[in-house]
Design a protein around this ligand. Structure first.
Ligand code: ZN
Length: 242
């Protein structure tokens, strides 16, 4: 069965760097992918002479090239890069996107991740986006009485079947990306203002090999996954009818 997959991440390039190999495999299997970018990535420059508008335009063009490799639609919410907060406004915007796209699978960050690889403090936008995504998934997206104005927009409640959160420090699911690793690097490098092929390959090879170690794979992306249902009791009971 072809699935509808929606990613919810803060910046252009986040979905590709964090889950790009998995998304490439799903795209090759014919699943429909939508990438939701919460910010325009307007702080993604080292040149103080760059205007926000110029950076956003450049990153939009790069994002379009990356999305084309996935056959994906792109939705941009236009929040400011660098100061994202998990507000009710953002939660409502993410519920709106989920009710419009009606995904079977949502891919987002893990809000509990503060540190990675002993070298990296997780960007606060990544945590804020991940927190807002998780809070939108339960219970607002499936409950009509939360954000009732969305019903007025014709956006009925929706039950997301699976949630894949990554990167994570508590993985339970590993995707073998060895066969698509070169493609993942090419995908990431469509974001040419952010990545150069040599350093990107070295960095993402390290990340993929660290992720793979726990799953017994040479190169992997790993996720914390949730199987949701119309009700939590149903989900916990493993009701096969849901
Ligand atoms: Zn990012």
């Amino acid at each position: 069965m072809k699935k509808t997959i929606l990613t919810l991440y803060a910046h252009p390039d986040d979905a590709e760097t964090m889950a790009g190999g998995t998304l490439l495999k799903w795209a090759a299997e014919g699943h429909a992918i939508t990438l939701c970018l919460i910010t325009g990535g307007d702080k993604g420059t080292a040149d103080p002479a760059d205007s926000s508008a110029a950076v956003i335009a450049r990153r939009q063009a790069e994002q379009a090239r990356a999305a084309a490799r996935l056959g994906a639609e792109v939705i941009t919410l236009g929040y400011e890069d660098g100061t994202l907060q998990p507000t009710l406004e953002l939660r409502r915007d993410l519920v709106r996107v989920m009710r419009r796209v009606r995904p079977d699978v949502v891919v987002a960050g893990d809000p509990t991740v503060w540190f990675r690889h002993r070298t990296y403090i997780n960007h606060p936008d990544h945590r804020a986006a991940a927190q807002a995504a998780v809070e939108a998934l339960y219970p607002a997206v499936k409950k009509a009485s939360i954000f009732p104005e969305l019903i007025g927009e014709g956006l009925e409640p929706h039950v997301v079947g699976e949630v894949w959160l990554g990167p994570t420090n508590e993985p339970d699911t590993w995707v073998d990306i060895a066969g698509v690793f070169d493609e993942k690097i090419a995908l990431i490098c469509e974001h040419a203002s952010q990545f150069r092929p040599g350093p990107a390959r070295a960095a993402f090879e390290r990340i993929a090999s660290e992720a793979g170690r726990a799953g017994g794979l040479a190169l992997a992306e790993s996720f914390r996954t949730l199987r949701l249902g119309a009700s939590t009791v149903q989900a916990l009971a493993g009701d096969p009818a849901r």
